[in-house]
Structures are given as C-alpha cells and as structure tokens.
Design a protein around this ligand. Sequence first.
Ligand code: NAD
Length: 251
Amino acid sequence: MIKYGMEGKWGVISGGTSGIGLAVARNLVREGATVCLVGRDAEKGQKALAELESGEGEALYVQADLSTLEGCRKVAETVGKDGKKLDFLVNSAGLYQEKTLQDITEDDYNRLMDGNVKSTLFLTQQLLPHFADEGPSIVNIASDAALEGNYGCSLYAAAKGAVVAFTRALALDLAPWIRVNCVCPGDVDTPLVQKQLEEGGYSLESMASVYPLGRIGRPEEVAHVICSILSPLNGFMTGSIVPVDGGLTAK
Ligand code: NAD
C-alpha cells in the first residue's frame, strides 16, 4: 500500500461522496486519516460512509449545498465544533455542462459558476480559520478545459479557468502557511462523465480516441496525484497547476 504520510490527519473533501473525491477519501481513510465528506444527497453520503468504515481512519458526512454561502458556513460550523485543526481540504465538488454559447442561459451561468467557482472560493474562505498552524494543504480540481480550448464547453472552461487563476493567487496569499495547488484532470470514468456521455450522445470509444494513452482516466489515478500533492512529503509545492490527462494537453 502506498503511504502518503497522512495517518492521523484530518480534513474536508467537497463532493467526496462520489467519483474523484470518494477515491481520495478511500486512500486517506485506508491510511488512517479522518475525512469530512460534503455533498447534497444524504443517501449518497450514508453509502459512502458505509464503504469507508472498513478503513483505519474515520469518516463523517455533512449535507450542504456548496453553491450557497450558507452551505459553506454550515460545513465550517460542523468542522469547527470540536476545535481540531484541519490538515487538508480537497475542493472536488463541481459540475459539467456542454452547450454552445448561443444556448447558454443566465441560469446555466449561475449554476456552473456557483457550482464550480463560488463553492471552491467560499468553502475555502469559511474553513480558513480552522486550518492547522503547521503544514496544511489545499487541492482544487479544475479540468483540462481550463488549459486548452474544446468544443461546446465555453462556460465550463470559463468556470474551471477561474479555479486555476484562484489557485495561483491564493497560493501567494496563503504562503508560507497553507500550500494551494490545482489538479486538471482529463476525462475520468465517474458519474460526471457517465452523464456527459448520456447527454452528449457520443461513445466512450470516441471520447477515449483523442487521448495519447488511448483511454480515459480512472478516479483512483487522479486520487493518487491529489493525495501525493496533499502529502507532507510534498512540502515545497504550491501554486502548481497539474494536468492528469493521459497526455491530452501535451499535444
Ligand atoms: P462526480 O459527479 O462524481 O463528483 C462531483 C460531486 O460534487 C458529486 O457528488 C456532486 O453531487 C457534488 N456536488 C456538485 N455540486 C455540489 C454542490 N453545489 N454542493 C455540494 N456538492 C456538490 O464527478 P467527478 O468526476 O468526481 O468530479 C469531481 C471534480 O472533478 C469536479 O469538480 C469536476 O468538474 C472535475 N473534473 C472531472 C472530470 C471527469 O472527467 N470526471 C474531468 C475534469 C474535471
């Protein structure tokens, strides 16, 4: 088993009840960390907790809609209750939508910006007073769409581009206290991509065909990179934007 040096650490994973966030939680709980999963669906939350129970560490679930400041405050209140200081935060909550500019509505704009940018910014802001004095680490999740153009996703690209810019600026503001980095996955086999395939009407094979590695990613592959970035063994890295995309943006 890979050791990230996260035994006994405590932190929050937004969107941690599925996909990439849940894969991160599995790694950390297995190693003896305690994670607070945040999501909107209580049933999904309980299912994730039941799965994580077999690990060395512990997990708890907070139900909150992070696209509202109120939801972000609720997480901070829960986390702040026992006074134990946070070692990490993974901002994995997010959503995808494919639409051409002509069809994008104000409601689409609010959903995509609030669900990807506002959630990341205000959850981080609300949790800030609860971080440990020594060595905490934040990982934000953007996308390959933040780094290069792609078809039909200009709004999502704008939102994830904001997450990249936020990461860089925040890394400066919080240094040398908290390291802040960002992972930019390509397509990864999670519920988000399953929905994208259903709604987009294209096949997994055609999605995979654009990748130099010939396939899309697995959540545990992205989780491994996130846990490596969170790790105290990685103390000299901040403000970095890290693609995990099977070579997609290397072209
Ligand atoms: P996912 O849908 O499995 O996980 C995202 C989770 O965030 C879901 O559980 C969802 O319910 C939750 N969430 C969304 N909005 C929320 C809100 N307002 N409040 C609370 N929870 C909320 O998908 P995933 O692939 O694991 O996505 C994780 C992150 O990775 C997202 O930010 C996504 O944009 C990003 N990403 C994913 C891919 C991919 O191909 N899967 C590629 C690039 C970037």
